[in-house]
Design a protein around this ligand. Structure first.
Ligand code: ADP
Ligand code: MG
Length: 876
């Protein structure tokens, strides 16, 4: 036996008699110790613990595994073990201990053996991360499940077999799969037989956590080039020591006894703390063995005991700076096991002669320093009366690892004997397995599923604020959650400016997004007065700009609901005053009054007179200094943010803030040239590329000297367009304008009318033609640029997308944005028409965030607070 065990600091002589165990007690307990020893030996001899006999395996049994492992090692670049718990931890802890600590990132030559991945979880991100680095053609997968029924492993199998089949074809795919399971048992065995996968058998009556020396661990170890004979020789040495009836010679029996005694005085936690990176996962192996074997409800006589020590994994010296404070001064509820290594495989000497102040460090070896740290921690614990002991490995190799793991397993079964429980079952885990099956809807589990559902009542749930406000954006503004709205008249400014076609709402997104705030106010007993604008009426009422259809679209969800045709009238005021808690008054389009956009003071006062509290939830207009967004706040005591406003501000603040990911491509289009041209300067400053399409492109083309025929041009913005072009040059930002366009004789009427068109270069636009979409060449240039992006902001369609003939440019751009997003970019689409275009192109689900604000999201980029947000009351 090469390992050294020092139990001194478990003894009363060392840590004091309150917590320490007196040597005399060992003598006193002699008989019961021997009884436990005998129980384990008898049981082993009768039923056989296979874990103790496995290292004595016949060569012939080992050879088939070794040969197969060698073959895989030669032909594969990556070997993946898929399993969970005991099916994975053995191979994981040994390969981690034995291979270079950055094994998988070493060059092939230095590695010598395949990259080894042990996938012991079903986290989709982890599996995706593996598939991103593994070349599937030279990757082999070993699925390990003893029962052949472990849902996690089966799920991995289905996912990976599917990928393999798609990549390699079915026949080739089969050769990349190896199944390790119990012969003749379980679903995976059947499937493996039927598909003709290579199968390795797991002996029955061998729980996963004791299976490391069976085919479960051996195949991966063989692939990884581990010296299994040496591993077994270490295991055999320790096996002999652990069969010694003399407790002073049997380290596992001694350790179990001392742990047991400690547990009787309330030491319910067992910390495993190796001082070597290579042994880090050994602590996991230990924790699984100790936790799963010993944590039990019933003892062997059927008494309810609810017993077991909680294993804790720690790593020296790292956790010395995060945990040891607790171990030294916290409750007396732990036993700490230190594991040290005398000689590291690599050694680094601290250089000397440089700084006088660090003389005490100079010339020291890092390995020695680590050992000093361990001794220091042990000293501190001992001084504080804390039980601890130490295991020393002369070095880390197969031999000592074989010893250590065998010691862990024996220590566990001896502890089970002291506790009088069965270490080989895991009834608690089976319960959760069955529950998972029930939740997955597996047949035969229906009753359990019902029971789980009944238990799923939520009685005490604490959830974080749905929206957390980032500094800089919405900084410290009050929200509807910060105030009491009960019984108050609340004027809620929404953005119900939705696309309407033939008198019907064609996209409900903005309305849908406004509902959480409305519901919140209603449920909290506010008297809710909803106001909004819609489109751009000239002055006075016009039927086609009425908000009636928007009001009707939500009326059904709420109780009492009134609509008022004149938003600024005595009727509206009286209605507002008469509202009961939880009732809604919906006001007609505010823009029927030109004072709204002018931010007229009298108008603001009239709006304010209707309410006690003002809520802004209209992100899409928060960049405007309009009466119902901005001016009103001066005349209301309390002005707060709604939930949608917060959500938008938070998302955009995060994604478009100073740390946005580059390349950042901004795509601007649509018809409202004068609306957007203002932010273009800012975009050119911030984006790596700015793509300009849609109606506004023609103002730019004209500014550059092209003839644009009857296309949409805003003559008074030609100067701005020129300065944007100059600025882009100066800043080195790419400014992409269409190289060709689709033109027609006139604007389609009705909008969906099929019209003749030409695809012409921008230098060939005839005087009687009108540009209605970008052209084919432009599409491909724009799309190439978009696909390179990591952050994309898109506002404004590329053409008159309402007409199928002129929707192509928009469609191409939409697809490119979606593709970039699939590849990991963050995409933000803002603007009512742009959002509708994304839906029409069928890409809306693939966009990261569809913002309810077009212009607002563009202005957000400037980093300034939007006026409608700035005007809200500050949080105290
Ligand atoms: P958003 O609502 O996304 O901010 P806009 O309202 O600015 O977008 O622009 C959308 C409108 O622009 C659409 O109705 C579309 O028909 C129009 N449009 C796009 N390209 C042109 C063009 N070349 N000429 C005229 N109108 C255009
Ligand atoms: Mg629009």
């Amino acid at each position: 036996m090469k390992l050294k065990f020092d139990y001194t600091n478990m003894l009363a002589d060392s840590v004091g008699s309150i917590h320490g165990i007196a040597l005399s007690e060992i003598k006193k307990d002699k008989d019961s110790i021997f009884g436990c020893y005998k129980k384990i030996m008898d049981y082993g001899n009768k039923d056989g613990y296979i874990f103790t006999t496995l290292p004595y395996m016949q060569d012939k049994d080992m050879n088939s595994i070794m040969q197969y492992g060698n073959a895989i090692r030669k032909k594969s670049d990556t070997f993946v073990v898929c399993g969970i718990g005991g099916s994975a931890l053995g191979a994981l802890s040994i390969t981690h201990a034995m291979r270079h600590l950055n094994h998988n990132t070493l060059s092939k030559n230095r590695r010598g053996v395949p990259r080894i991945y042990i996938e012991d979880n079903i986290d989709p991100e982890k599996i995706k991360a593996l598939l991103d680095v593994a070349n599937i053609k030279s990757t082999y997968f070993n699925f390990i499940t003893k029962s052949g029924e472990t849902a996690e492993t089966l799920a991995q199998f289905l996912v990976i077999y599917g990928i393999l089949k798609r990549a390699l074809g079915k026949e080739e795919a089969k050769k990349h799969i190896i199944i390790t399971t119990t012969t003749g048992v379980g679903a995976l065995y059947k499937i493996a037989k039927q598909e003709g996968f290579k199968i390795f058998s797991i002996p029955s009556n061998l729980p996963g956590r004791f299976s490391v020396f069976s085919s479960v661990g051996l195949l991966p170890l063989a692939v990884a080039g581990i010296d299994i004979k040496l591993l077994f020789s270490g295991a055999q040495d320790m096996d002999k020591a652990c069969r010694d009836s003399d407790i002073y010679k049997n380290p596992a029996l001694m350790s179990a006894y001392l742990h047991y005694k400690a547990s009787q005085t309330g030491k319910n936690i067992s910390v495993m703390m190796p001082y070597a990176e290579s042994l880090k996962i050994m602590a996991d192996f230990y924790a699984q063995s100790w936790g799963e074997s010993l944590g039990k409800e019933l003892d062997l006589d059927g008494n309810k005991v609810n017993i077991g020590q909680t294993p804790v994994k720690a790593l020296g010296a790292t956790d010395q700076h995060s945990q040891v404070q607790l171990y030294v001064e916290g409750p007396f509820d732990k036993v700490v096991t230190f594991i040290g290594v005398e000689k590291f495989r690599e050694e680094i000497v601290i250089p000397s002669g440089e700084f006088e102040q660090f003389e005490y460090l100079e010339g020291q070896r890092l390995g020695k320093l680590l050992d000093i740290e361990k001794k220091a921690a042990a000293y501190a614990l001992t001084k504080a009366g804390r039980l601890n002991f130490s295991i020393m490995l002369p070095y880390v190799n197969e031999d000592t690892i074989g010893e250590l793991m065998t010691y862990f397993m024996y220590q566990t079964v001896y502890m089970a004997a002291f506790l009088n429980i069965n270490p080989f079952d895991q009834p608690g885990v089976e319960g959760s397995k069955r529950a998972a099956n029930a939740l997955l809807g597996r047949s035969g589990h229906e009753r359990l599923a019902k029971d789980i559902e009944a238990k799923d009542k939520k009685l005490l749930v604490i959830e974080g604020e749905e929206i957390c406000i980032t500094e800089r954006h919405c900084v410290g503004k009050k929200t509807i959650r910060d105030i009491d709205v009960k019984g108050k008249r609340v004027l809620l400014r929404c953005d119900f400016n939705v696309p309407v076609k033939d008198g019907e709402i064609s996209d409900y997104a903005r309305i849908q997004n406004s509902l959480p705030t409305i519901r919140y106010l209603v449920q909290n007993g506010a008297k809710v007065i909803i106001c909004s604008h819609f489109s751009r009426p000239k002055n006075g009422f016009e039927e086609k700009y009425s908000l009636k259809i928007m009001a009707d679209s939500i009326r059904g969800e709420f109780g009492r609901f009134y609509f008022c045709k004149d938003p600024i009238s005595n009727e509206a005021l009286e209605r507002a005053d008469k509202l009961q808690n939880g009732q809604i008054l919906f006001l007609e389009n505010l823009r029927f009054y030109k004072e709204e956009e002018k931010n007229d003071e009298e108008f603001c006062k009239k709006l304010a007179a209707m309410c006690d509290i003002y809520v802004n939830d209209a992100f899409g207009v928060s960049h405007r200094e309009h009466a119902s967004v901005f001016g009103i706040t001066k005349f209301v005591d309390e002005s707060v943010a709604g939930l949608l406003l917060l959500k938008e501000a938070q998302f955009l603040g995060d994604k478009l803030g100073d740390e946005l990911e580059r390349p950042f491509v901004a795509i601007v289009g649509g018809s409202k040239v004068s609306d957007k041209i203002g932010v273009l300067e800012n975009l050119v400053n911030k984006a790596d590329s700015v793509i300009i399409g849609g109606g506004m492109a023609f103002t730019f083309l004209k500014a550059m000297g092209y003839r644009v025929g009857k296309s949409l041009v805003e003559e008074d913005k030609l100067g701005v367009a020129k300065s944007v072009i100059d600025l882009a040059k100066e800043r080195g930002a790419k400014l992409l304008l269409p190289a060709d366009v689709r033109v027609a004789g006139e604007f389609p009427k009705p909008i969906e009318a099929i019209v003749e068109y030409d695809n012409v270069s921008v230098s060939e636009i005839a005087d009687d033609k009108m540009g209605l979409d970008i052209g084919r060449v432009s599409e491909s240039i724009f799309c190439d640029e978009i696909k390179k992006a990591k952050t994309i902001l898109w506002n404004g369609p590329m053409g008159v997308f309402e007409n199928p003939v002129f929707a192509r440019g928009t469609l191409a751009v939409a697809e490119a944005v979606a593709e970039a997003t699939d590849g990991g970019a963050v995409s933000i689409v803002g603007g009512g028409d742009s959002a509708a275009a994304a839906v029409q192109c069928g890409v809306d689900k693939r966009i990261t965030h569809i913002s309810t604000g077009g212009g607002a999201s563009l202005e957000f980029l400037e980093g300034k607070e939007l006026p409608g947000i700035a005007a809200l009351s500050d949080k105290k």
